[in-house]
Design a protein around this ligand. Sequence first.
Ligand SMILES: Cc1cc2nc3c(=O)[nH]c(=O)nc-3n(C[C@H](O)[C@H](O)[C@H](O)COP(=O)(O)OP(=O)(O)OC[C@H]3O[C@@H](n4cnc5c(N)ncnc54)[C@H](O)[C@@H]3O)c2cc1C
Length: 480
Amino acid sequence: MAVRSTADVVVIGHGLTGAVVARTLRDAGVEVLIVDGGTQFSARPATHLRNLAVCRTDRALYADLVAALLRPVSVPPAQRVVGGATVPGMPDGRGVNRAQRPDRALPAARATATLGGMSTLWNCLAPRPNPDLEWWPGLAVAEWTRLFERAEDLLAVGADLSAASRRHAYVLKTLGEQGLIARHIPVAGRATDDGIRWTGPAEVVGDAPIPLRRCVIRRLIRSGERITGVQAIDLPSGEVGTISADVFVVAAGPLRTPALLHASNVVRDNANLGRYLCDHPLAHTQVLLDPDLREDGPGVFVETPRTADRPFHGVLLSDGHDSAVLEGGVDDRLLVSLYWYCALAPRYDNRVVFHGGASDSLGSPQPTLEYALDASDRAITAAALADLRAAAAPLGPTLPVGPPRLTSPGTSQHIMGTTRMGADDRDSVVDDRGRVWGTRNLYLAGTGLIRGATAANPTLTACALAVRTAESIARPAHTT
Ligand SMILES: Cc1cc2nc3c(=O)[nH]c(=O)nc-3n(C[C@H](O)[C@H](O)[C@H](O)COP(=O)(O)OP(=O)(O)OC[C@H]3O[C@@H](n4cnc5c(N)ncnc54)[C@H](O)[C@@H]3O)c2cc1C
């Protein structure tokens, strides 16, 4: 392993936000090295797995692959009684966590050890948040607008993939008749002669590759206000070494980014690391459309955006993969899933902490979640469930396997806030350019920077902030 890299900037994490940072820097003429410790599942590193030929031809296989690659983040070990005797639970590590209290967990929250992370598995829904309710006022409206435009460009957001779909038109019309705002939800993907090319990190980087090193980063090394290097385990060889650079960007996901900072003890004076953990409680149901609407193609991509009196964001998709559950009794092209994401106010007490010696599947410190809803949150989730039920009823019968319900906490996979951005180190971890308070050359990217309370799918916002971070690194005044 090289002891010193020649890159100006090292980006830790080849998910979408790491790719946006790296691509923006490369386009500005900065020499970048991406490092990632995930397992490579595609010939082209970090392509969206939906682009694999086998997933294009078999949608159920793709759904099973996603489910298999997502592992629990933190669940208490099950204590089982068998034949009158208590069988000891699983040992700590890889998602099982003796310190995790069941009543404070996000049992459905998942992590992956895939090269490219969640960004190779995401549903590519990339709506802008509501500008009046969800754009952090610490950035000017014109700046947010510019950043969203740039992120949409990098993620290839915009094509109306369902323009010719009768199912899509039916859902839009039926929701509109109920007085709901219903529109096409922006999707990250390009229409090609071979079908849609979904946007993952590889698609953001584009055809001119950026150097990628397959390493797990164990620790950042700090000297005064600067990070001088990272301790890395080279994946092919297992050798341990140090990578040096002028600037470091950690884009390792909303739980592994604070885990790496915790393991490195580099923000010991900031009590906000891991705090303000937020997610989107989710109401869900599945309906069956009229058989006359059977057709091939992408199908339904619809949103009913959050408004002042509806603090939730509705998404309707043709993503019914439950044909196994239905034992082939239903044509899955007629299934429409409804997802109502709730906006929660971020709270200091909701957090991720790291203690004990156990580690997850990437070797990161095992997270323990402390998360609870209060009465006002529960009022929002109850309102979302009622709204979902009313929206679903005219579309078609709900399936016995998908009645309207609140899903298990963490199902949305939208963890935010754990490394939040702010104007002041008293309530945040990074400044408005993503730089860690008290450091000169350590930056973060990802949904952890989002301050909440948003209801829109968060990845486009994280990518917009990643553009700003990369631009400020490219301007030397911010890196010294
Ligand atoms: C099934 C599913 C569907 C989703 N759909 C949507 C959607 O439609 N819209 C939306 O907005 N969001 C969606 N999300 C959430 C979305 O996937 C994430 O918000 C987004 O991918 C996060 O990107 P990221 O770059 O911050 O992190 P990631 O994509 O998770 O990338 C982090 C990378 O860091 C690497 N890494 C971590 N720790 C280390 C270390 N110590 N050393 C080296 N490398 C490390 C990992 O291997 C990984 O490659 C979905 C999530 C899932 C699971």
